[in-house]
Design a protein around this ligand. Sequence first.
Ligand code: GLN
Length: 490
Amino acid sequence: MSHATLKQLSDGLAAGKFSSVEVTQNFINKINNLNKSLNCFISVDEARSLTQARTADALRAAGRAQPLTGVPIAQKDIFCAQGWLTTCGSKMLSNFVSPYDAHVIERFNQTGAVNLGKTNMDEFAMGSSNETSFYGPVRNPWDRERVPGGSSGGSAAAVAARMAPAATGTDTGGSIRQPAALTGICGLKPTYGVVSRYGMIAFASSLDQGGPMAHTAEDMALMLNVMAGFDARDSTSLQRAATDYTADLARPLAGLRIGLPREFFAQGVSADVAKAVEAAIAEYKKLGCSVVDVNLPNMGLSVPVYYVLAPAEASSNLSRFDGVRYGYRARDYTNLTDLYQKTRAEGFGAEVKRRILIGTYVLSHGYYDAYYIRAQKLRRLIAQDFTNAFKQCDVMMGPTTPSTAFKLGEKSGDPVQMYLSDIYTIAVNLAGLPGMSIPCGFDGAGLPVGLQIIGDYFSEARMLNVAHRYQQVTDWHMRTPKDIGEGVSA
Ligand code: GLN
């Protein structure tokens, strides 16, 4: 059962093969077995999850089940969930029990899905390895000495280790796609504005976007059907006609034009990653797709532009954590300023402080024009590159990451090296485009490689179709790491 896809669980529940209580208990058992060694979950609340499962079984008995009713899904600990500890991976929120639900959580609740627990993440989603979490690093189930990627590393590793059939993530500069690639699962960052950010703890508001992480494109389509949609509480949420993301999955790919951005295949990408990605593109040619070289001339600027804009927004967003209203508060203080200073000095970790310092600097009088405004202008050029390239192709493909999973500690002492692990994902956030990673092979050491698929604005349904057809003729997405146990079979 724990090796089943969401679709298989959904079908099994509908056919009465098992109940939601049985499915949920099965995954809770897997979490209890593996969480000590992998550290994927920050909180698990067995009683709460099982109550939701019983409610789901009752809904089904009453004939009111929807596709994800009764299916357990792990939630990144960046999503506020009423009654759940919601930490965002930080000491600052280590005592914060959310009084309300994020839009995404509300949607899953309304459909009768079960919240399986809150997953570990880099502190305030700042990181690419999960090593900045106050709750300690997550281990990659393919090699426990290696990172699962970040910041949605807990979600990615939980799905890869079959502790959850699927999970949510958020992606500001790559945090869904990069960990998906490093753990051999699928992840989709939708077009900016498709998934409401209400109740999703803010890092860099103009870049943050929530999305699904699962084993198959079909599972991600089922999740996006629940997660996407207008929400008046997020002023950047887009009002669009509802889409059924599963409707076009099986459409043939003949005639699809795949753009290969030259910048993605330049030096810097490891030989094993390039090989797996090229093999995937060859597979697409067999499916009737054509390939065209495209250019993204300003791609090289995306990491520096991001590391001006994201910290600028973060420095503003994180000013709310002051020890007064909620979260951590320093014990000994003499006056209000001292309370702020000590709370923030003690409550935030090193990477978060680094970002606040950079952000405050680039927004300060005298530097604002030189850094922030300039970065905004370059962001526009980066977005324009994609618009131009999409005149020649329907989707773009390339590697998600330059290398496979790196060792714990390998990059944590060198922020710039860490930042460069998102070199292929960040431009997509700056442009607000949808991006996806799907498994496409393994390197010589048996570590998974991710294929990145980038679509034009609002082309999620087409991208899921592109991924689904590939998954019909390959089985990379169904491979499992050793030593994760079998669970009870479906
Ligand atoms: N790794 C990038 C950062 O540290 C992106 C993180 C994210 O997408 N949340 O900012």
